[in-house]
Design a protein around this ligand. Structure first.
Ligand SMILES: [Zn+2]
Length: 309
């Protein structure tokens, strides 16, 4: 019998990714009593100030040199992450301990402490140690198709998560890093085209314009890969609240983030969509998916196993 409490672990690249990807789903599971764990792989040291209002007179970034800018950002980002995680309802925040890799042609991309330079087995081992300690049944990570945003740290999150899912349960791997624990399901986060189109239409309806340009609308979707659709209409405050907590990274006047308020968003698209990438407890059949019968719970197949004596 597996008497372990339900636990959901999500792996992200930088502080603020937990706000923009899946925050309502995590808030929903936390509210239900599921233990929620955030793994943040880097400190986001290479981020820039994205909120111009913080440069106005009387604001913390007013009149700073680029060096002072960077130092203040490095000081503020951990606090923003802590506040965001508190709003969403993470029970635990674990830093994987790497440096932000920056973009491919930047100097920071060659920094010896950056995530993308770390030996793969070492980075996987750090995640395995957390998985064995926290014992999640379900892990969420980034997908194998990241054509929309090719940040080296985001690609790396994907690259370490599959091996960590496998190796955490294998005693032969990293015997010094804790008792083996085998997670049951691995999900990929994704932005569905259906959501994008619904939000685009909602923006036009409510604001008369949309920040999504034609090249966004023309992009090929991955919607045919969706296996799981979580109802999050009552939890969209977690998204808007955690995004606002990242004050240096998110412009509160940016329609891209805040063009629709929580209620308007709930009216146009009250779901988050997920791709079940691996499962040891069954998965929806191709026929069910084709018929639109998606999973509505990340713990489908896990709950029954967890309570059956
Ligand atoms: Zn990121």
């Amino acid at each position: 019998m597996d008497a372990s409490p339900l636990c959901l672990l999500t792996v992200h690249a930088h502080p603020d990714d937990e706000a923009s990807k899946g925050a309502p789903t995590l808030a929903k599971y936390h509210a239900e009593g599921v233990r929620t764990v955030l793994v943040c792989c880097t400190g986001g040291e290479e981020g820039d100030l994205q909120n111009p209002s913080l440069r106005e007179p009387g604001q913390p970034f007013h009149g700073l040199t680029p060096e002072q800018d960077k130092a203040l950002l490095a000081e503020l980002r951990p606090h923003e992450l802590a506040r965001s995680a508190e709003i969403i309802g993470f029970d635990v925040v674990e830093m994987l301990g790497y440096r932000d890799s920056g973009m491919p042609d930047s100097e920071s991309n060659q920094h010896p402490d950056c995530f993308h330079m770390a030996p793969l087995d070492e980075a996987v081992g750090r995640l395995v140690a957390i998985i064995r300690r926290e014992r999640p049944q379900v892990i969420i990570t980034y997908g194998d198709d990241q054509r929309g945003y090719l940040h080296p740290d985001h690609l790396r999150v994907h690259d370490i998560s599959g091996p960590a899912f496998e190796r955490a349960g294998e005693a032969a791997w990293y015997p010094e890093l804790g008792e083996p624990w085998q997670p049951q399901k691995l999900y990929y986060s994704m932005w569905s085209k259906a959501r994008l189109l619904a939000v685009h239409e909602g923006m036009i309806k409510h604001r008369g314009e949309s920040p999504y340009e034609q090249d966004w609308l023309d992009r090929a979707g991955q919607d045919h890969r969706i296996t799981t659709r979580i109802q999050v209409g009552d939890f969209l405050w977690a998204r808007s609240g955690s995004l606002r907590a990242h004050a240096t990274q998110v412009d509160p006047n940016e329609p891209w983030w805040f063009g629709l308020d929580d209620q308007q968003l709930a009216d146009v698209y009250p779901w988050e969509d997920w791709i079940l990438a691996r499962s040891l407890v069954g998965e929806p059949s191709a026929e069910a998916i084709a018929a639109g019968e998606l999973e509505s719970d990340l713990f489908a197949g896990v709950r029954s196993a967890a309570v059956t004596p």
